[in-house]
Design a protein. Structure first.
Length: 108
């Protein structure tokens, strides 16, 4: 029984190593294409991922659909880490805060 479990662990580790090697190879292939296209090294794929989810949310796409599309098991991951407020949203919030302060200031 114990020998079987050890064998399973060795197989999993071997698969994990191969998966890691494959991911690295894919990453280096992508880097070659990105470099050839002249994309600056400061630009990461994650920026596109964040931008895509934010753009989908701003277009009115249901958050559950966005999370599923992004392959997030938990919708809160999408909400917390991927949906970034737009400049317009930030402006609306700032205006409301200023208006609220004025009301507080003028209220005895």
């Amino acid at each position: 029984m114990r020998t079987t479990r050890l064998r399973q662990i060795k197989i999993l580790l071997s698969c994990s190593r191969h998966a890691t090697q494959a991911a690295r190879a894919q990453g280096s292939d992508l880097r070659e294409v990105v470099d050839a296209a002249g994309v600056p090294r400061a630009v990461w794929n994650m920026f596109a991922r964040h931008g895509g989810t934010t753009e989908a949310q701003q277009a009115g796409v249901n958050l559950a659909d966005i999370a599923e599309h992004a392959q997030h098991a938990d919708i809160n991951t999408t909400r917390k880490h991927y949906i970034v407020p737009s400049v317009e949203t930030s402006r609306r919030v700032a205006k409301q805060r200023v208006a609220h302060r004025q009301v507080k200031k003028n209220t005895p």
